[in-house]
Design a protein around this ligand. Structure first.
Ligand code: MN3
Length: 202
């Protein structure tokens, strides 16, 4: 039995299309790209006894910053990143719950400034990568990471993340990464983000 499985997309592939995330992108991105990371990761686990029986987080920590384990880290990191990415979207994401909004106001200078700064981080990430809203145990901050990296390796807990690899937006938005990010705000699943925030802040 394979160690890891691709979790099903939490909504139909066409569910976000009206809000700017097209069906074809979700089919390729989830069913092909994410599946490829899971398949590759399972191949490494099958061959390496030290990875067997380990959780995804354990494998990420074990393989982080080890040159000989880079392929393991790349695929484990991307599997982790995409799980939160799919969960962070919804056709009815609702509004930012009050407690999270209050913390955004305190730590990030208000919701509009948070959105502006998050977009700046995501647009400014050179090449492939991610932008994240993280909690470091005391407060919220915005970070970006290259390629497959994620803030877990730095002891931070991501509660919201957006994929800015070209495969996430190129079919619909071509080179217009800022337009993709503008559309992405329309599908953010705020109740899920607040759930993640509750786990680290309570
Ligand atoms: Mn991706």
């Amino acid at each position: 039995m394979a160690a890891f499985e691709l979790p099903p997309l939490p909504y139909p592939h066409n569910a976000l299309a009206e809000r700017g995330m097209c069906q074809e992108t979700l089919e390729l991105h989830h069913d092909k790209h994410h599946q490829a990371y899971v398949t590759a990761l399972n191949g490494f686990v099958e061959k390496d006894p030290q990875l067997q029986g380990k959780s995804l987080e354990e494998i990420i920590k074990l393989s982080h910053a080890k040159a000989e384990m880079a392929p393991v880290f790349n695929n484990a990191g991307q599997h982790w990143n995409h799980i939160i990415f799919w969960e962070n979207m919804s056709p009815n994401g609702g509004r930012i719950p009050g407690k999270l909004e209050q913390k955004i106001n305190e730590d990030l200078g208000g919701v509009q400034k948070f959105k502006d700064d998050f977009k700046t981080a995501a647009v400014g990430q050179f090449g492939s990568g991610w932008a994240w809203l993280v909690h470091d145990g005391s407060g919220l901050s915005i970070v970006s990471t290259a390629n497959q990296d994620n803030p877990v390796s730095d002891g931070q807990t991501p509660i919201l993340g957006v994929d800015v690899w070209e495969h996430a937006y190129y079919l619909k938005y071509n080179n217009r990464r800022p337009d993709y990010l503008d559309a992405w705000w329309n599908v953010v699943n705020w109740s899920k983000v607040a759930e993640g925030f509750g786990k680290v802040s309570d």
